[in-house]
Ligand binder design. Structure first.
Ligand code: FES
Length: 87
């Protein structure tokens, strides 16, 4: 489990184990487009402002993963207890 903060509204959401970050974001009404929900299309790419994503997608390159600047919330999670997204 980890906490996701929506930077633009200041809201904090809990992402339980076994539930995708995208699902939590969408249920909270966050404006995230998505398509495959399997980490392959890149549609849900979201800017990371703080925290360290645990990348599980197959879209980002090794360099992009290491940069920690974006993530695919449909499959990726957080290594840090808290992650701040530009949403
Ligand atoms: Fe396709 Fe997330 S919806 S990568």
């Amino acid at each position: 489990p980890f906490e996701v903060v929506l930077a633009r509204s200041g809201r904090t959401l809990q992402v339980p184990a076994g539930v995708s970050c995208l699902k939590v974001l969408r249920e909270a009404g966050a404006d995230v487009d998505w398509s495959c929900s399997e980490g392959v299309c890149g549609t849900c790419e979201t800017e990371v402002l703080e925290g360290e994503p645990e990348h599980r997608d197959s879209v980002l390159t090794k360099e992009e993963r290491a940069a920690n600047e974006t993530m695919m919330p449909c499959v990726s999670r957080a290594r840090s207890a808290r992650i701040v997204l530009n949403l």
